[in-house]
Design a protein around this ligand. Structure first.
Ligand SMILES: [Zn+2]
Length: 508
């Protein structure tokens, strides 16, 4: 059963540099997109940068450059970071691009034409860092933003308002009919709680700044940065520009985002879609926070870790594997360098790397470097383990639990290592017993290369290549119904190459 899969990340705000927290979201979205390509789904993965709003203007001023120069420079850092982390995004959208302006204006015009926008005066406490108005009751201390713990400012302006309050019932109905729309479920309950507590209309334009997308029907107004940012998910698939392309990808979208922006994504955004006359998104995947010393990573906490620096130190694959394996989608997790190295050594050096090195060495010494064939499933001690692991991994990938998919995959790797130790082919004379255990171990490595290919992109290819198999482990459809994950795919007779250690041990 293959289909279409549209993956997004939150677009990153260019007042800031990429850090391990943003890398986590981008890597999670990446492995999900890669898995869907692997099962044969037609897949589109969009990420990008959010470049409007007061915060960006002030960041440019603070750094003594024009806002255009600032956004070019910062946006490029994200592009480079994602390239370094081998992110497979199909597009990178900047909200300062003309195609985005066109989509935002057409989308908001549709909401206006449908009668859900009206003009009013807005005054209130505004946090420049959040780009959000707060009610007095939401502030902490001496009029401080509850998120940033910094003073908010009193703003008065004439705004266009979105009649969000008219969507309470429709949103509740939608979530009632789509109970799996928000993952994990607890976040869905949070969104329902927000809706049930009553929705106020929200101001969606600003006249106080001009760094934004102009409102097409009212000169001097620009769209509030959140409204323009959310619409990026439509700009990337050409809403208002290419109807066929838009309809191809919408609403098959999976929005990945962190739990602090549930209100915007799971309440405002589907209501805006309804108001514009399009379906709400198919799914929201809500991540927790990566914590450092118990605090959320971020600019104001001074605890940012540069993912590119980290990857050049511990390797891209060590970093990707740690992020996917140790931070289940939805949970908060404590990020430490020691745990990263420990995970690398345990899984990659000691288990997967060791299995590959052992098998290649013994095939070299006992089988003259040519791999023996896999045993028939009824004769093999590993076939049943492999079938269980493949099924569990596929199920976990499909249910947004890549950490469980890796857990299942490593069960198989450990079983193959245990079987090798039990038989100890390196002590035996060449013959059927040696061939049997090595043929099965080669088959396990073949299956593992496919299963880890969304995470360990290069190493999966290296394993495949050393086994002498043609093609590549991450070919589209390899994990699909006509794929290569059935036991017995390795037929033997290939030259098995030893090569350098794939994952040399690291010390902390
Ligand atoms: Zn704030």
């Amino acid at each position: 059963m293959t289909g279409r899969y549209y993956q997004t990340t939150p677009i990153y705000y260019v007042n800031d540099a990429p850090h391990v927290g943003t890398a986590y979201a981008t890597v999670m979205a990446d492995v999900l997109a890669r898995w869907h390509r692997l099962v044969g789904d037609e897949t589109f993965y969009l990420t990008g940068t959010d470049e409007h709003g007061l915060k960006i203007l002030r960041a440019a001023e603070l750094n003594g450059v024009s806002v255009a120069e600032w956004t070019d420079r910062t946006s490029a850092r994200f592009v480079e970071a994602w390239k370094a982390l081998e992110i497979s995004n199909d597009d990178f959208l900047r909200t300062t691009e003309p195609r985005h302006y066109e989509t935002v204006q057409k989308f908001m015009q549709a909401i206006y034409d449908n009668g859900y926008l009206y003009k009013g005066t807005y005054e209130g406490w505004y946090c420049v860092s959040c780009e959000v108005y707060y009610g007095q009751e939401e502030l902490i201390g001496e009029n401080l933003c509850p998120l940033h713990e910094r003073p908010v400012e009193w703003f008065v302006e004439e705004n266009w308002f979105f009649a969000l309050s008219r969507f309470e019932e429709r949103l509740l109905d939608f979530y009632e009919q789509h109970k799996d729309a928000i993952y994990p479920e607890a976040r869905g309950n949070e969104a329902l709680g927000i809706i049930r507590s009553g929705l106020r209309d929200i101001s969606i334009t600003r006249t106080s700044i001009d760094w934004g997308v102009p409102v097409p029907w009212d000169d001097g107004h620009v769209f509030y940065v959140w409204y323009d940012a959310l619409v990026n998910y439509l700009s990337g698939i050409d809403y208002g520009r290419d109807e066929a392309r838009f309809e191809k990808w919408w609403p098959a979208v999976h929005h990945l985002l962190a739990k602090d922006i549930v209100r915007f994504h799971c309440v405002w955004w589907p209501a805006m879609c309804m108001a514009a006359g399009i379906d709400p998104p198919r799914r929201w995947l809500i991540t927790g926070y990566l914590l450092i010393g118990g605090k959320k990573m971020g600019k104001t906490a001074f605890n940012q870790v540069d993912p590119v620096e980290l990857a050049s130190d511990v390797g891209v694959e060590g970093l990707r594997h740690y992020l996917v394996r140790d931070f289940p989608l939805g949970n908060d997790g404590e990020f430490t360098y020691e745990n990263l190295i420990e995970r690398y050594n345990a899984d990659l050096a000691n288990n997967l790397g060791n299995l590959l090195a052992r098998v290649a060495t013994v095939v070299g010494s006992k089988c003259a470097g040519t791999g023996p064939p896999t045993q028939a499933r009824e004769d093999s001690k590993l076939a049943a383990v492999a079938e269980e692991a493949v099924a569990a991994a596929a199920e976990a990938w499909a249910s947004f639990a890549p950490h469980e998919a890796l857990e299942a995959t490593w069960r198989l790797i450990r079983a193959a290592n245990a079987e090798l130790e039990a038989v100890a082919p390196w002590k035996l004379e060449p013959g059927p017993a040696v061939d049997a255990v090595l043929g099965d171990a080669l088959e396990v490595l073949r299956l593992v290369a496919v299963l880890v290919s969304p995470v360990l992109i290069r190493s999966a290819g290296v394993i495949w290549h050393r086994l002498g198999i043609g093609g590549s482990p991450d070919a589209p459809g390899n994990a699909g119904p006509d794929g290569v994950l059935a036991w017995g795919g390795y037929k033997g007779g290939t030259k098995v190459v030893k090569g350098e250690p794939l994952f040399p041990r690291r010390s902390t």
